[in-house]
Design a protein around this ligand. Structure first.
Ligand SMILES: C[S@@+](CC[C@H](N)C(=O)[O-])C[C@H]1O[C@@H](n2cnc3c(N)ncnc32)[C@H](O)[C@@H]1O
Length: 205
């Protein structure tokens, strides 16, 4: 199950002046960005209003980013301009994005739980194929316990991640960190409050 019209839903959510998830990077990404090869080429999957891609560009990475919501991408472009950095943004559905093979030194997949199990399988396969040997995947999301908190994320258990599910989905990668934890999240108004989280850092062999 997913939104019938994801672009329309997310464009409406991104309409205001405020940034729904803030302009600071996601906390898991901030903590683990040191694992990304210096100055490497990084893809930010479904980066919404650009908080993660712009931050990585400010750190000196070469960054590509896409999202289905053109309103979000327009805000992301403005955020990049404000910081005087370049990000190669595009508006694309994950299933329509021109996924390259063996191109990226890193992929940031932060709160991309719009994907139902079938779409997620395709998406994870494309992410893995897009990583160069040695490339790093930084992934962050919610576990099913998040349904009790209701402080962000989709209200569908099948979209959420467990450690077993991630271990199995990414069995061809070398998992460097896999942590299920709870924290008080303050990332805009979209993700705020006590949350049941899961983060992973993994390397393409
Ligand atoms: C929870 S937000 C997270 C945004 C961003 N990753 C961040 O951490 O700020 C989920 C994002 O997925 C995007 N999205 C939803 N369905 C999508 C799809 N089929 N293809 C690409 N992006 C999609 C939405 O527009 C939204 O920006």
């Amino acid at each position: 199950m997913a939104f019938a019209d994801a672009a329309e839903t997310w464009n409406r959510r991104f309409e205001g002046e405020d940034f729904l998830f803030g302009i600071e990077p996601n906390e898991w990404l901030r903590e683990h960005a040191g694992t990304l090869p210096n100055g490497g080429r990084i893809l930010c999957v479904a980066d919404g209003e650009g908080r993660n891609s712009v931050w990585l560009a400010r750190l000196g990475f070469t960054v590509d980013a896409f999202d289905i919501a053109e309103v979000g991408v327009a805000k992301a472009r403005r955020l990049a301009a404000q910081h005087g950095v370049n990000v190669d943004f595009s508006v694309a559905d994950v299933d329509a994005y021109a996924w390259p093979t063996s191109r990226f030194d890193g992929v940031a997949a932060i709160f991309i739980q719009f994907a139902d199990p079938a779409q997620r399988e395709r998406l994870f396969a494309r992410i893995m194929a897009s990583l160069k040997p040695g490339g790093i995947l930084i992934l962050h999301g919610y576990t099913p316990k998040q349904l009790d908190y209701g402080t962000g994320g989709p209200p569908f258990a099948s979209h959420l991640y467990t450690p077993e599910m991630l271990r199995s989905a990414f069995e061809t990668l070398e998992i460097l960190v896999l942590r299920e934890y709870e924290a008080d999240v303050a990332e805009g108004n979209g993700h705020r409050g006590r949350s049941a989280l899961i983060g992973m850092v993994a390397r393409q062999p």
